[in-house]
Ligand binder design. Sequence first.
Ligand SMILES: [Zn+2]
Length: 320
Amino acid sequence: MQNSIIGHQQIIEQLQRTVASGRIAGAYLFVGAAGVGKETVARYFAQLIICQQEAQPPTVCGTCLACRKVDSGNHPDLQFIRPEGSLLKIGQIRELQRQVIYEPLEASRKIYILTDVDRMNLEAENCLLKTLEEPPAASVLILLTSNAQALLPTTRSRCQILQFHPMPTQELAAILVERYSVAPEQATALAIASGGSVGTVLTQLEKGDSLAEKVPEILRETDRLAAFRLAEDFKNNPETIGELVTWYRDLLFLQQGAPNELITHIYSLEELRAIVPYYSHLRIQQAIQTIFDTKSLLENTNTNATLALEVMCLKLLKTS
Ligand SMILES: [Zn+2]
């Protein structure tokens, strides 16, 4: 059976070779932006190991009992460990350690997929490190993160690291047209807006609201009090911070009279045109810089997120 995963073909082939050779490492670290496909590929890797059908190269048959158990989320040797609330808690790691020492029940390995491993405090990470240092022979840990720098160097060095890259937007747009019957113009807009992240695009398609994007309030807001409310929104939806840049970039393009193909939020074109006159070239550049600076602060330091976002919003507010 052909795999239905979009993109990441080299990684898939590498994992197939790994399973064929039987030299599966004890721990992997999948690194890449949110929505880029890490979890989809991790699940596929697990299924490659678990699938009972013998094939060369190894594939996921999708029909054997083991595959069906994976698909329904009921395979006893595959477990997902996700943050409870905002953190992966030490209790979750201890529970993993209690279980991992037992032999697998049905498959050749016990597989644990840990999502968002950057969301662990030091205590939990040190605890996990013990398992990474001496992984039981019949276990595989697959760690997923969008921020590998937040992990201890020793954690990273214990894992085989696979880097996930966003898809070229043209390639992604072509797939949207082909497999999902999206209109070409919309496909391009979606692909660009997602930064080449397949998961983000598919979520948007599912929600069906890809055409009804709303211009972020901060582009129009003048009330300084609103900055605090907007900062809170950004804190709760951190993915919207990066997206914000694409809106300012559109303003910049419109100001320069760039052709429509370059506009990301093409369906908000009229609204954006109405906003452009309120912005100087310099102010847009400063806004983009402010967003990048804030993102970098949040990702690379222990800065107080609320405070940093409030400062960002105050700087972005219209001054009129
Ligand atoms: Zn199978």
